[in-house]
Design a protein around this ligand. Structure first.
Ligand code: ADP
Length: 316
């Protein structure tokens, strides 16, 4: 039986660890593994090739994805989705494993309503915004990259008595900003999920500056679209020179952490051992993996863990 794997949307560190495990376990289970290159674009254009052990040697430590990914405008059109489906049929691929984010799963939902498809999705996005799943492949590495960046910025902030406003990725989801603010001991955290109380934060910080604070770290999620506003506010209210650092795509790359590699492998094992869970997404809650129907998943929205929100309370 032939099984394909495709990466779609934003790349995430750990995808290569998942790809390696996919090939190894497929052969162990007696399946024929296939790579679908270049995301949905490659599915449309038939960039499909049988995967061998030689393809997966020396990849586990690399960020990105060796089978590449894409954002595909054409996939929004029925005729191209049909072409993609026909390519899978032509290659006799019976199941596909899709490493992607929210957008990629929406695409799959549409495709599976039109054609007799069998796929399993694996949450793979540094944004960590997939409903029902605590974890998406890429998150741990992104958090560790951000940790290093903020640690480095802190050296300058403390030496120069400066404020730094650091913008993290995550689209509409504040997960990366929230966890980084906690882990890096930021003084300010702004995320889309929580209403930012400017007055309350101002009162707290005035006291801190009176008590000898001489630098400041603020972490702002990109989804707030308030990075510049925050910098201006800090400068005006606390009379401290303020710089902005937009971390950008640095957060998407890098060597996957140990945790990342292990979890990526687990996701793939769960998917390959449960191929009859047709058109579902594997989700991780605590240590447990389970499956959520694609329609339920795409009609739900991600909610930031209450425990994380509670941990941010000290920044009020
Ligand atoms: P991610 O999976 O990382 O969230 P995107 O949001 O860019 O990335 O989605 C990846 C791709 O999924 C898109 O480029 C598009 O090809 C496909 N896709 C997303 N939404 C739909 C949709 N409603 N219909 C068809 N294809 C879609």
């Amino acid at each position: 039986m032939r099984i394909g794997i495709v990466c779609s949307g934003g790349d995430a560190p750990g995808m290569n660890a998942a790809i390696k495990k996919f090939v190894e376990i497929s052969y162990q289970l007696g399946y024929e593994p296939y790579f679908i290159y270049d995301g949905y674009e490659g599915m449309i254009d038939g960039h499909i090739k049988k995967a061998n052990y030689s393809d997966i040697s020396g990849i586990i430590h690399r960020g990105g994805t060796i089978i590449r990914s894409s954002r595909s405008k054409r996939f929004f059109e029925y005729k191209y989705r049909k072409q993609a489906y026909e390519n899978l049929k032509k290659e006799k691929i019976e199941h596909i494993i899709v490493l992607g984010g929210d957008g990629s799963f929406r695409g799959l939902d549409v495709l599976s309503k039109e054609f007799d498809l069998s796929f399993i999705g694996i949450p793979s996005t540094i944004d960590n915004d997939i409903p029902f799943s605590d974890y998406s492949i890429g998150v741990d590495t992104a958090l560790n990259v951000i940790r290093d960046c903020i640690d480095n910025i802190r050296d300058t902030a403390s030496s120069f008595k400066r404020a730094f406003v650091i913008e993290t990725m995550g689209r509409e989801c504040g997960y990366l900003a929230a966890v980084s603010a906690i882990a890096n001991g930021a003084e300010i955290c702004m995320i889309p999920e929580i209403n930012f109380d400017w007055e309350k934060v101002k009162k707290r910080l005035i006291k801190e500056f009176e008590n000898g604070r001489n630098y400041l770290i603020a972490v702002v999620a990109e989804g707030c679209k308030s990075t510049w506003k925050m910098a201006k506010w800090i400068e005006e209210n606390f009379n401290i020179e303020t710089r902005i650092s937009v971390l950008g795509h640095i957060q998407r790359g890098g060597k996957p952490t140990v945790r990342e590699r292990l979890i990526a492998g687990e996701f793939v094992c769960v998917a390959l051992n449960n191929l009859d869970e047709k058109n579902k997404v594997v989700v991780k809650q605590g240590d447990k993996y389970s499956f959520v129907d694609i329609q339920t998943l795409v009609s739900s929205s991600y909610k930031l863990d209450k425990k994380i929100i509670e941990m941010l309370n000290f920044l009020d």
